[in-house]
Design a protein around this ligand. Structure first.
Ligand code: NAG
Ligand code: NAG
Length: 530
């Protein structure tokens, strides 16, 4: 159990990290390009300086060349060289004119533009924690999607070439990060890859001996888990058996329970099973049995609404209990692009902070969301109306029937661990007293409608680990479900999470519809009898 709590904690830490925002990574990319241009400049300037220094040295050696080679006589054993008028003239000239040239050249601080850049963008520059976060995001991707580590090391993720590969040093780092996060089996596998790579590279980025030492302690730590009687070893990331030495029959039987034979769904499942379901669903595995699966269907729906008589809604049922449906082709590509454009400056604004008129970028790490209301853009007003027609629920923001829309951007590894959307029903009375009266008046989040504003190259599904359903991002479609039962109680089967984005970037727009104003609206069209 400790292990999974740990994993969940790590997941939420990484979520707010640099990797989870495409916008943030874009800024880093721009910053690096800026730095590289400035470094080129630095190299050019430094070369000019070095040439000045070399020129001086050459002048010096040239003028003494013949003396040094003893081709001309030097009176008084060299001490009288100053008695040679030409030598004396050149000596004076060098130290007055030429030396001054060097002095002037050297008086400019060519590193200054770089110092200034790194100072101005200090908050954007990633630190040690960011690197750890990035490594953990990679580890989590590998884990969730069961990526072939050899392929990852060679620069191939889910069949998509990355145009770069990992060095032995990178792989060693990933091994260390996995180890520190308690993923022992993963750590050992990364270290195996590091070893292979180090041999190929001939110990250039990391040495075989260094990796071996780390691997020995990882294996040791891994095997010690099987000796402990105070833990359930199946809660830990292991190979299921000790790598060195033998396993007692009792421990072997325990370890074998780690491989899951039956899928568990529903409200009673353990956190452990929820986690396994989440990852399996993210990989696109089917958890429902064939009978349940056969009940998921697609149909067209006009809802006797003039809006949809001409162009019926294309509905795909993704889960029956709770009912989760995906509406296809609700928005056109042009509309989704425009919605992203509307949100983008708001995402950027929270990150770019002008300081004394200069271009200082300050990054709040969690600012990957933008909030947009119906009055912010004519298209937003239209989308609110569309949501009202599709769901039959009121989306009147002024009346508190719906919230302003949250547009969110997830980058590589960006994900959202399983959670509920309702805000109030599961709160204790002592917590409720801190809720803003306006929120209480609007009531809970009855329903969620989430638009996918982009396709995702790999990963990024919305999955329901208790219900066993999954929805795949498709630009212009939307997923809809009720968070509350008709009785007003919480529907705990709506537990849902966003899978890590493996490749690409994911954009969604969240409509949360409140209880207020829906009394006579919640219709039967979307009920399971369908
Ligand atoms: C991983 O990929 C490599 C090379 O593509 C292959 O040789 C190896 O068998 C794969 N490993 C697994 C466990 O699929
Ligand atoms: C790398 O290091 C190992 C251990 O020190 C050594 O046995 C091996 O020959 C080295 N390989 C190369 C190419 O230097």
């Amino acid at each position: 159990m400790i292990q999974y709590v740990l994993v969940l904690l790590l997941a939420s830490v990484v979520q707010s990290d640099i990797f989870s925002s495409t916008a943030h990574l874009q800024n880093l990319l721009h910053l690096e390009r800026h730095l590289v241009t400035t470094l080129h400049d630095y190299v050019d300037r430094t070369e000019v300086k070095l040439n000045e220094v070399k020129r001086y040295l050459n002048l010096f050696y040239d003028s003494y060349q013949e003396v040094l080679e003893e081709k001309v006589p030097v009176p008084g054993n060299g001490e009288d060289m100053v008695a040679n008028p030409l030598q004396a003239y050149q000596l004076v000239k060098r130290l007055s004119v030429d030396w001054n040239t060097i002095r002037r050249a050297m008086s400019t601080d060519d590193w200054l533009p770089i110092r200034k850049l790194t100072k101005d963008y200090r908050q954007l520059m990633p630190g040690k924690e960011d690197l750890q976060g990035a490594a953990l995001a990679l580890v989590r991707l590998q884990d969730t999607y069961k990526l072939n580590m050899t392929d990852v090391a060679r620069g191939n993720i889910l069949g998509v070439p990355q145009g770069t590969s990992l060095t032995a040093r990178d792989l060693l780092f990933l091994g260390k990060q996995s180890f520190n996060a308690g993923y022992y089996a993963h750590a050992i596998r990364w270290l195996d890859e590091a070893m292979t790579k180090a041999r190929l590279e001939g110990n250039t980025t990391a040495g075989v001996t260094e990796i071996l030492a780390f691997q020995a302690s990882a294996v040791d730590m891994h095997d010690k888990l099987f000796e402990r009687t105070d833990i359930d070893v199946s809660d830990y990331d292991t190979f299921g058996y000790p790598l060195n030495g033998t396993l007692s029959a009792h421990r072997a039987a325990l370890a074998s329970t780690r491989t899951r034979k039956t899928v568990k769904l529903g409200n009673g499942v353990s956190v452990h099973d929820e986690q396994l379901n989440y990852m399996a669903l993210c990989r696109g595995e089917t958890l429902l049995n064939p009978v349940q699966e056969s009940k998921l269907k697609c149909y067209h729906e006009t809802r006797k609404h003039p809006f949809f008589l001409l162009q019926p809604l294309r509905v795909e049922v993704r889960s029956l209990e709770p009912l989760v449906v995906q509406f296809h082709n609700l928005l056109t590509e042009g509309q989704t692009d425009l919605l992203r454009q509307i949100a983008e400056p708001k995402l950027a604004r929270s990150m770019v902070q002008a300081d004394k008129g200069s271009e200082v970028v300050s990054v709040s790490r969690t600012s990957q969301n933008a909030w947009v209301g119906p009055k912010d853009h004519p298209l937003m007003a239209r989308v609110y109306k569309l949501v009202e027609s599709v769901t039959g629920l009121s989306t009147d923001v002024d009346e508190g029937h719906a919230e302003i829309v949250q547009i969110a951007n997830y980058g590589m590894g960006g994900h959202y661990t399983p959670h509920f959307d309702y805000l109030l029903v599961d709160k204790e009375p002592e917590e409720i007293q801190y809720v803003h009266p306006k929120e209480l008046d609007a009531g809970d989040r009855t329903a969620t409608l989430m638009f996918y504003l982009s396709d995702v190259t790999r990963g990024g599904a919305t999955v329901f680990p208790k219900a066993g359903g999954s929805v795949w991002p498709k630009q212009g479609s939307a997923v809809f479900w009720y968070n509350l039962k008709k009785s007003g109680g919480p529907d705990t089967l709506t537990l849902h999470g966003a899978c890590p984005v493996a490749i690409g970037s994911k954009w969604v727009a969240n409509f949360w519809i409140r209880e207020k104003g829906q009394i006579f609206r919640r219709r039967c069209e979307l009920d399971p009898e369908l």
